[in-house]
Design a protein around this ligand. Structure first.
Ligand code: HEM
Ligand code: HEM
Length: 169
């Protein structure tokens, strides 16, 4: 039993949980670095194939991560965190999954539409719009997420150190 006045035990993510989190930072950064700058680039069959395989693997891994994290891990936010703050963290975490999933899924749809009908058309324009909007949303959410992580680092409440291996509390 927890004695009154004793801080709650610091929650930690498993090795696999951390591997998923930090592995994705690297994979996502690579995806952004390799981004298609212009739809005409998809005329290069090797690039198109690479993008599609990358997006398919990305989506499968993201699903595996989501399944694992939601079933086995929990946030390091303490029990007595304000309900609104808990909700905010959930919205941002789920939002990052949704935006990253949409980037890969819309990318796959762009690949399929391009192969079937070429670079023009309402459907492919819509898919590119969803793709670019999800990229923008992911940047904002990741920015918010990093700002919140830094805020917790200054609060010294164990949230930062539950996931981040450097500059530990
Ligand atoms: C591509 C960039 C990133 C994405 C998409 C991302 C996504 C996520 C997600 C979805 C979670 C919830 C746990 C999970 O389901 O994996 C999480 C947890 C966490 N992340 Fe990130 N993250 C990113 C980068 C970072 C960076 C750069 C930092 C630190 C500077 C950071 C610090 C944390 C911390 C401290 C937690 C634990 C939060 C808690 O326990 O409630 N993340 N991240
Ligand atoms: C996880 C995988 C992917 C990531 C991380 C990714 C990332 C990006 C990024 C960052 C942009 C630039 C967005 C902007 O400037 O607003 C972009 C644009 C684009 N991507 Fe992807 N992408 C992925 C998969 C794909 C796939 C599979 C295809 C199609 C085969 C594709 C086709 C395009 C196209 C056509 C554009 C728009 C280029 C333009 O502005 O004309 N992407 N992608």
């Amino acid at each position: 039993m927890q004695q009154s006045g004793t801080p709650a035990p610091v929650a930690r993510y498993s090795v696999l949980g951390k591997l998923f989190h930090w592995g994705f930072v690297v994979i996502f950064a690579y995806g952004i670095y390799k981004q298609v700058d212009n739809i005409s680039q998809l005329a290069d069959g090797a690039l198109l194939r690479f993008e599609v395989i990358f997006a398919a693997l990305f989506l499968i891994l993201l699903g595996a991560r989501f399944f694992y994290m939601t079933r086995t891990q929990s946030s390091a936010l303490s029990e007595n965190t304000h309900a609104l703050q808990k909700l905010g963290a959930k919205v941002v975490h789920y939002g990052m999954y949704v935006s990253m999933g949409l980037i890969a899924a819309s990318g796959l749809i762009i690949g399929a539409l391009y192969t079937l009908f070429g670079p023009e058309g309402v459907l492919i324009s819509l898919a590119v719009f969803i793709h670019e909007t999800s990229v923008t949303a992911s940047y904002w959410l990741i920015g918010l997420h990093i700002a919140a992580a830094l805020y917790h680092r200054f609060l010294h409440d164990g949230v930062w150190s539950a996931m981040v291996p450097i500059w530990r509390e």
